[in-house]
Design a protein around this ligand. Structure first.
Ligand SMILES: NC(=O)c1ccc[n+]([C@@H]2O[C@H](COP(=O)([O-])OP(=O)(O)OC[C@H]3O[C@@H](n4cnc5c(N)ncnc54)[C@H](OP(=O)(O)O)[C@@H]3O)[C@@H](O)[C@H]2O)c1
Length: 325
């Protein structure tokens, strides 16, 4: 089969579509013939040599895919050859075939095209586990989603609204109309406006109950300033660095909490639990059309370098997908 390999870490042209050995299904795994794979921010880091795959994961990038099951390994029940699926991966989605632990498979939701289904597993699992699991978002809460135009952000806005929250988001101004269409009550231009002031203004001084953050260090103190009493800051990205000073006094006064999580390196059993939760609680919203995949564009695997350039530029809105054929 062919896959996107990275013979030498580097810029987008380090991605090389090359012949590689076929994967074999191990116990508890199936082989998926990949139709499409989502491009995630983490893939850019992996290409640069900064985010190696966890032990046992395929060497090629790709944290999610959609496709058709073509082989089933020992000890797998409940899935059959020919089923259309999408899957959360620890790597290897940028390929014609990938071995997937059965606990990380999801059926393609009714009403979603097989290619677009590749836009869902990573964002659905990340957003559900952090916004519901860690952030405990409740109806009537205010949710602040940083980077509303990202793959994660476009999903989190819709999901927050579906849970009955008021959703505020930060993004460059050109993305605001689309983010309002997705349900954001207020889009904040983080380049021109102070998001802390805007959140306070919109919430009559109360602040946000839950903040889903992708900026890390650069936003830590401002995020704490923007939290409501009892608020929960959930950091899932470090685009603004990893180290910052934390004012425990500000946190303590608000009886607030800070959490930070990652999905890729979790044990298989935890990933399977998250995927089960997504299937039970998120898939019905997708099938009802309340939450939809937001796809900026599809490009063939042979144009992976262009897809990475686009994501690096942040000119995309939603997900960029790589497709086979
Ligand atoms: N922890 C986990 O398990 C996990 C899982 C998946 C993703 N993530 C993280 O989640 C983040 C989003 O991932 P993705 O693949 O969806 O990203 P993406 O589509 O590449 O989007 C990145 C976004 O960052 C925004 N941005 C840049 N500077 C900003 C700032 N100062 N304030 C607010 N937004 C800013 C850009 O929007 P503008 O054009 O508006 O600037 C862009 O939409 C990444 O940091 C990724 O590492 C974490």
């Amino acid at each position: 089969m062919r896959a996107i390999t990275v013979p030498q870490p580097g810029g987008p042209d380090a991605l090389v579509w090359a012949e590689v050995p076929d994967p074999e299904p191990g116990p508890g795994e199936v082989i998926v013939d990949v139709r499409a794979s989502g491009v995630n921010r983490a893939d850019l880091l992996q290409r640069q040599g900064h985010y190696p795959p966890p032990p046992g994961a395929p060497a090629y990038p790709g944290l999610e895919c959609s496709g058709v099951i073509s082989a089933i390994g020992p000890e797998v029940t409940g899935w059959s050859v020919g089923a259309e699926v999408c899957a959360l991966l620890a790597g290897g989605g940028y390929a014609e075939r990938v071995a997937v632990p059965a606990g990380q498979l999801l059926p393609v939701p009714a009403g979603v095209d097989l290619v677009d289904a590749a836009a869902l597993p990573e964002v659905a699992c990340t957003v559900w586990s952090n916004v519901v699991g860690v952030g405990r978002l409740a109806p009537g809460d205010t949710l602040l989603v940083h980077g509303g135009g990202s793959g994660i952000g476009t999903f989190a806005i819709q999901f927050g609204v579906a849970l009955g929250a008021t959703v505020l988001t930060t993004a460059r101004a050109t993305k605001h109309p689309r983010l309002r269409e997705l349900g954001a009550a207020q889009a904040i231009d983080y380049r021109e406006q102070d998001f802390v002031e805007e959140v306070r203004r919109v919430t009559d001084g109360r602040g946000a109950d839950v903040i889903l953050d992708i900026m890390g260090a650069a936003y830590l103190s401002r995020n704490i300033a923007a939290l409501a009493t009892g608020g929960r800051l959930v950091v899932i990205g470090m685009q603004g660095g990893t180290k910052a000073e934390l004012n425990l006094g500000a946190l303590l006064t608000k009886r607030a909490s800070v959490a930070a999580t990652t999905l890729r390196s979790r044990p298989l059993a935890e990933k399977a639990e998250i995927v089960r939760g997504v299937r039970d609680e998120v898939w019905p919203l997708v099938e009802a059309g309340t939450v939809r995949p937001v796809v900026d564009r599809r490009l063939p695997f042979t144009e992976a370098a262009q897809a990475h350039r686009l994501v690096e530029s942040n000119d995309h809105l939603g997900k960029v997908l790589l497709t086979n054929g």
